[in-house]
Design a protein around this ligand. Structure first.
Ligand SMILES: [Zn+2]
Length: 385
């Protein structure tokens, strides 16, 4: 074998060894199951494919948890994990599920609305696969996924994504973005089918209030904000006012001509009051330094601080008092609570009597305090998600 050929064979072998290590990590994330321990208020677990059977046995199917008080009242739907690389959304949904008490009406939770997107990272980006939340009994582990449905499950992307039914042209990769796929259609792409199934869940279960949990970069104007469908405008402005007691929130009204988003289509294609909530996530801004699990937990980044000093951010940022995971999980929880609270003031005859930990609780005790030990509870309340 000549020197040049030998060198090529050696490079090939080195490449295969490295690819083998990477493949093992990709498979680990793809098949990792999160643990959630539902509170005593839990009544039933269904699958999203109950509302659209062709989702069965696809990565678009996902668990739907019901907490029914048995007392007449309003139904609230909490959606987490629409964009899994905004993990506070799913973790807030889990904290709510593990601690929920309910005296009237129902709460339905879909903690991983785009299951597929949670099973791989963004192609070409380097960041951790998992987030470990410390608790008194050990660590609870969650996936950090992609923003969009995995290309493994929906591929290839077109040159332009034409949104159905508006016909609006959107960025090509948004064809895999659940928050651009509403209201969806029953025989569309996998992501459109997920969107349609969530719409069908809302329509069939007569969901009164839908709250979609998100996080945004600090250089994006819509941060620490409610984005409300027109019919939920007054509700959101009042909820933002009540939230001030714990933390500042802004309200924006959904643009009528921007299609596919939850705060637009959920309200237009069903009777629900649709509100999306954004926290500030110091992890997904392009200017940050090393994107590590530590950054996801403590939010400390010197480059974001420089951006803040130059007035480039849309929310306050202080590296010594940054947006920690506790801060963001708590913000989503209080945001949801105040929407339900104001809804109940406006509809005193049909309240949704839901109680769960709020911003001040999570900031005082930490997120892990509200995650139960699976070894110490009745196994019928422990689920893999
Ligand atoms: Zn998002």
């Amino acid at each position: 074998m000549k020197g040049a050929t030998l060198r090529k064979v050696v490079f090939l072998l080195v490449f295969l060894v490295l690819a083998g290590f990477a493949a093992r990590e990709f498979l680990e994330l793809r098949h990792f199951k999160e643990t959630v321990i539902v509170s005593e208020a839990f009544t039933e677990r269904r699958m999203l494919s109950d509302w659209l059977p062709n989702l069965k046995n696809t990565w678009g199917d996902t668990p739907v948890y019901f907490f029914d008080s048995g007392v007449p009242g309003a139904t609230t739907l909490i959606i987490g994990g629409d964009h899994p690389y905004e993990p506070a959304g799913t973790i807030a949904a889990y904290v709510l599920m593990e601690n929920l008490q309910i005296t009237s009406g129902r709460v339905i939770v879909v903690p991983r609305s785009d299951m597929s997107a949670s099973t791989q990272g963004i192609v070409g980006n380097g960041y951790p696969q998992f987030l470990h939340i410390p608790t008194s009994w050990g660590q609870q582990v969650y996936r950090i996924g992609d923003r969009e449905t995995a290309p493994l499950d929906q591929w290839p992307d077109p040159f332009t994504y034409v949104h159905y039914p508006s016909g609006q042209n959107l960025a090509y990769q948004d064809i895999r973005n659940l928050n651009r796929a509403y209201p969806g259609r029953p025989n569309g792409t996998l992501t459109e089918r997920m969107g349609y199934a969530i719409m069908e869940l809302i329509r069939n279960e007569k969901v009164d209030l839908t709250i979609d949990f998100h996080e945004a970069s600090l250089m994006y104007p819509v941060v620490d904000t409610y984005v409300a469908h027109q019919r939920a405008e007054e509700l959101s402005f009042l909820a933002a006012m009540f939230s001030q007691a714990e933390m500042p929130m802004k309200t924006e009204v959904s643009p009528k001509n921007l299609h596919g988003l939850a705060h637009r289509e959920l309200g237009d294609f069903s009777d629900t009051l649709a509100v999306l909530v954004e926290t500030a996530e110091p992890f997904i801004d392009r200017v940050v330094g090393r994107v590590t699990e530590q950054l996801m937990i403590d939010g400390k980044d010197e480059f974001l601080q420089r951006a803040a000093d130059k007035g480039l951010l849309y929310t306050s940022y202080d590296i010594n008092n940054a947006q920690t995971i506790d801060n963001r999980v708590g913000r989503l929880l209080t945001s949801a609570y105040q929407l339900i609270n104001v809804y109940n003031m406006m509809h005193p005859e049909t309240p949704c009597g839901a109680m769960f930990p709020l911003y001040t609780d999570v900031m005082t005790n930490g997120t892990g305090y509200y995650l139960q030990n699976p070894a110490e509870v009745d196994p019928s309340r422990v689920f893999e998600n």
